[in-house]
Design a protein around this ligand. Structure first.
Ligand code: 6MZ
Length: 332
């Protein structure tokens, strides 16, 4: 089963760039920055993907952000992450990242250009697409700036920049602040994906479902057994919006108590569209094959079930029909 999970073609739809850096990449970046102590600090902080609260997970991102501070570092990080996913059998990757400015070293446009540069210069067969993330800790003006960067980048690389993501600390900000920007993105033909219900928040969840993004991330606290309520869960199932499921991330952030109690069980039994994803493979010490294996072991899935799950994720890619057709051929 382990070999099957690795060899099965996979579609990764929920991966944050800075959360996805491997130990080797962190080591290279700390050398590049001339600051080996940053690698040591990261090693102590990561402690092999130990379980920590969601708030502590967000502290981890600071340790990584201290290393991706120049266009050169961002290029290296992106290039390594793409290679990691390709080695893991991922044939299509939607990578997302929050444009970041580092005073005196790079602005947000240069940050995004560096990612695009790395994607374009990657030699391999994996197809990579980019979404820009709006961080909930930001305000509406910054969200608008991110949308502008996405639209400008799409003008230059129409196939490559495919959407906007709303992510960041789920206890910060309010959906209302960002809905105008997300609506504009949709009107401009960008895909919109939204982190939903990582912490219990009934009014916001219902508002997100009404907004109907292309995909929802996590939906952790919607089921009545996980801090949600029947009304929310029923609304999710009725919406048929595909869910990006991040098993290990949810477990390690302690938003689900065990794999067995993960809401994937209920999503599968309802036949709801789902795509397994890593979220932050570096921070949670996982990869997509490992997520497949956990799903198989926990929910008693056969190789046939896993193949179908992986193939179904093609339907939810922010990609044109011709590309989806090409991806499906890998499964034959
Ligand atoms: C919400 C998350 C996240 O954008 O700097 N991020 N947002 N929930 C999660 N679940 C654990 N994991 C990552 O990658 C890191 C950023 O992605 C978001 C956070 O805003 C984090 O700072 P980038 O490439």
């Amino acid at each position: 089963m382990e070999d099957f999970c690795r060899e099965c073609p996979k579609i990764e739809l929920h991966a944050h760039l800075n959360g996805s850096l491997s130990e080797r990449t962190i080591q290279k970046l700390s050398h590049l920055e001339g600051a080996p102590h940053l690698y040591d600090e990261w090693q102590v902080a990561i402690n092999h993907g130990q379980h920590r609260t969601l708030a502590e997970c967000f502290e981890m991102f600071k340790a990584v952000h201290a290393l991706t501070v120049t266009p050169e570092a961002v290029r290296l990080a992106t290039s390594d992450v793409i290679t990691d996913f390709e080695k893991d059998g991922v044939i299509y990757l939607e990578l997302r990242s929050t444009p970041r400015e580092v005073k005196g070293r790079m602005n947000k446009e240069q940050y995004v250009d560096a990612i695009i540069d790395a994607i374009l210069s990657h030699q391999g067969s994996i197809v990579v697409r980019l979404l820009l993330s709006v961080d909930r800790r930001q305000g509406p003006a910054e969200a608008e700036h991110t949308l502008k960067i996405a639209l400008d980048a799409r003008k230059k690389h129409p196939e490559l920049v495919v959407g906007l993501d709303l992510s960041g600390d789920p206890t910060a900000g309010a959906l209302d602040l960002f809905l105008p920007t997300l609506s504009k993105a949709r009107d401009q033909g960008l895909g919109v994906v939204v982190h939903c219900g990582e912490v219990p928040n009934n009014p916001e969840v219902m508002e997100m479902l009404r907004f109907a993004p292309d995909r929802l991330g996590h939906v952790t606290c919607l089921h009545p057994e996980l801090g949600g309520c029947q009304q929310q869960w029923d609304a999710l199932l009725a919406s048929k919006i595909p869910v990006e499921v991040c098993l290990t991330s949810n477990l390690r952030c302690k938003t689900v108590p065990t794999y067995e109690k993960h809401h994937l069980r209920h999503l599968l039994s309802a036949g709801h569209p789902v795509a397994l994803a890593t979220d932050d493979k570096g921070v949670f010490c996982s990869d997509l094959s490992a997520e497949f294996l956990v799903a198989a072991k926990t929910f008693d899935l056969s190789q046939h079930d896993l193949r179908n799950l992986s193939l179904a994720a093609v339907n939810f890619c922010l990609a044109p029909p011709e590309l989806k057709e090409k991806l499906r051929l890998h499964f034959d």
